[in-house]
Ligand binder design. Structure first.
Ligand code: A3P
Length: 284
């Protein structure tokens, strides 16, 4: 049986994608959060781009990004671009990060939106992501089984799924943190957009008071629409790889997991989340 592992940069035990400039990690850690900053925080593959586009649409009265533009120009990924690029953005800024709580630049007046996704669908999505970005990971011929082993042992970029989730979950009731789930977004995106608007206030709240604008935000950020415009969200993938906006479903993991893998991830989930109320969010 093959045991292929993706390639990563290792920053004192914290793994990062090789496609990111190596200096981005330290630079990101040194970014000084500003009171007006809005951080969009996720573990990879948990609904970042969807939420990122919703935030952008909320800033633009629901009007779509023009075909030649890239979302990351306006809402960049801190660890990828480094702090100077972020500092050059006008304020207020919206900043994407995959850092766990303790590494994320903090300001008590900044706002943090955290989106969590169940680990089963996350690992499947992460597997496709990792094999698709060939220059980042050198894992084009890696199997799901190979990747599952890396994921369950926490040896993937941006660290262990459970460390990440728990680091933010502990703060879910902090005033400046909004804790969301991908599954709740799938279930009722309108309600989630209203939650985001209430959390952020100001222009974000004003824009959704207009029902027409709210509907435009929902339609333009729909899976169907985001699937059509892949180049806006991500660099192109080779023909034989799944696209970045892939299935966008809850439960795709059932097409990938063996019953043994299912049991191992359930066991891990139970151990790592014992004493929290995370279980009812997802089980299954
Ligand atoms: P799948 O690979 O399960 O399809 P991220 O942006 O954090 O990398 O997350 C990517 C996941 O979000 C992918 O999941 C992708 O298909 C899904 N996604 C992207 N846009 C979406 C949308 N508008 N609605 C639902 N899911 C979306």
């Amino acid at each position: 049986m093959s045991k292929k592992k993706p390639s990563y940069y290792n920053h004192n035990g914290f793994l990062m994608p090789m496609g990111f400039p190596i200096e981005g990690f330290t630079s990101a850690l040194n970014y000084q959060a500003q009171p007006s900053d809005i951080f969009l925080v996720t573990y990879p593959k948990c609904g970042t781009t969807w939420t990122q586009y919703i935030l952008w649409l909320m800033q633009h009265q629901g009007e779509p990004l023009s075909a030649s533009e890239k979302l990351e120009t306006y809402i960049p990924h801190l660890e990828e671009v480094g702090k100077e690029t972020i500092e050059n953005l006008p304020q207020p800024r919206v900043i994407k990060t995959h850092f766990p709580y303790e590494l994320t630049p903090y300001h008590p007046e900044a706002k943090y939106i955290y989106v969590a996704r169940n680990p089963f669908d996350c690992v499947v999505s992460f597997y496709h992501h990792t094999r698709g970005f060939i220059k980042h990971y050198n894992f084009a011929d890696g199997t799901f089984d190979d990747f599952f082993e890396c994921f369950i042992s926490g040896e993937v970029d941006f660290g262990d799924y459970f460390d990440h989730l728990l680091s933010w979950y502990e703060h879910k009731n902090d005033e400046n943190i909004l804790f969301l789930t991908y599954e709740a977004m799938k279930n009722n995106i309108k309600m989630i957009i209203i939650k985001i608007a209430n959390f952020l206030g100001g222009d974000y709240l004003n824009c959704i008071k207009n029902e027409h604008t709210l509907n435009k935000i929902i339609i333009n950020s729909s899976l169907e629409n985001m699937k059509k415009e892949q180049q806006r969200w991500s660099s192109n993938r080779p023909e034989n790889m799944p696209s970045f906006v892939r299935k966008g479903e809850v439960g795709d993991w059932k097409n990938y997991f063996s019953s043994e893998q299912q049991q191992r991830l359930i066991d891990k989930f139970m151990i790592r989340t014992a004493g929290t109320d995370l279980k009812p969010l997802w089980f299954f």
